[in-house]
Design a binder for this molecule. Structure first.
Ligand code: ZN
Ligand code: ZN
Length: 322
């Protein structure tokens, strides 16, 4: 039997590639909790008195983040929000039943909200019209992930405001975070790059601070942690990713290759980018303009937010149809 590199007594069950260590169940769980709590305290992400909305997808990462969070914040002050994106073959209500059970086991309330009901368009319905709009106007269509990402963020923020929460927590892991950093570097989007830093400020009172406690945990570690918690769901990849790979999937593939050659490269990138970007954080606080249509905050130099811009585009198609 292989012995754990940390405690030197239990049987090792997990090989941690970036550290070269073999860990037993207990030492693996301790390592993950330690690293999550280290990020939380280093960047003052969450304190015990916070009221927190957690974006719950039903995937493993949201299980893990909810579980660890419930040890830090009183579960009465945590609300899980599961969003039904309205994607045929992907959105499943049976997942919600399982998520609600998991939440109630750890004493957390969970609500299920429909993107279509709140914003007027599910991902499927939005994409159907957007593809028509793009064809008619001879422009490239945006990817479903663009609309979905904007819509999900908006819903979580709206619910956080409504429920008087002061933090929005998401289950993004290290792989997700590095992909997003690299995408913003490739696009040369310095503002977004800076906003990704855990110490960045929200530049509007209408925006609730978003935090990502799992940002230093590899996806395969989060998967294994979830498995140890008893998470048994089959995760489906979103059909839009499968049919139309995005820049993100390409960046992800490159990073997976790099990680094989240089184990730990994404952790080192995180450390490097966090330290470098800390110097370009936007200070002092700037006041973001308000969207003329919906009244939500929008990016500097915009008068209409990206969400309303997208919806206005497809309204041109809708007017013709109805
Ligand atoms: Zn051990
Ligand atoms: Zn707007």
């Amino acid at each position: 039997m292989v012995i754990c590199s940390v405690c030197g007594k239990n049987q090792a069950i997990f090989f941690q590639k970036h550290s070269g260590r073999r860990l037993c169940r207990e030492c693996f769980i301790n390592d993950i909790r330690y690293r999550v709590k280290e990020q939380i305290s280093r960047y003052s992400m969450i304190s015990s008195g916070d009221r927190v909305v957690v974006g719950v997808s039903g995937g493993k990462d949201s299980y893990v983040v909810l579980h660890i969070l419930s040890e830090i914040v009183n579960p009465n002050n945590i609300i899980g929000v599961m969003i039904d994106e309205g994607i045929a073959g992907y959105t499943r209500e049976d997942m919600y039943i399982a998520v609600r059970k998991f939440c109630s086991d750890i004493g957390v309330d969970c609500i299920y909200v429909s993107m279509e009901k709140i914003l007027g368009f599910s991902v499927d319905r939005f994409m159907k019209f957007y593809l028509e709009y793009a064809k008619e106007n001879n422009v490239y269509s945006i990817s479903a992930c663009t609309y979905c990402g904007i819509a999900r963020r908006r819903i979580l923020n709206m619910y956080a405001r409504e429920l008087k929460a002061n933090k929005v927590v998401t289950g993004h892991n290290l792989d997700d975070e590095i992909q997003t950093y690299i995408i913003n570097i490739i696009r040369g989007d310095v503002m977004r790059l800076a906003q990704l830093h855990p110490l960045s400020e929200t530049h509007s009172d209408k925006l609730v601070k978003r935090v990502k406690p799992l940002r230093s945990i590899y996806e395969y570690e989060s998967t294994y942690y979830a498995y140890l918690l008893g998470y048994t769901f089959q995760e489906y990849e979103c059909p839009y990713i499968v049919t139309r790979p995005t820049l993100r999937t390409k960046v992800r593939d490159v990073l997976i290759e790099l990680e094989k050659l240089y184990p730990g490269v994404q952790l080192k990138l995180l450390e490097f980018l966090d330290n470098t970007i800390a110097n370009i954080l936007v200070k002092p606080r700037i006041a973001l303009p308000t969207c003329k249509i919906c009244g939500e905050p929008t990016s500097p130099n915009r008068s209409i937010c990206k969400f309303c811009e997208l919806v206005e585009d497809i309204k041109k198609i809708l007017h013709k149809l109805y």
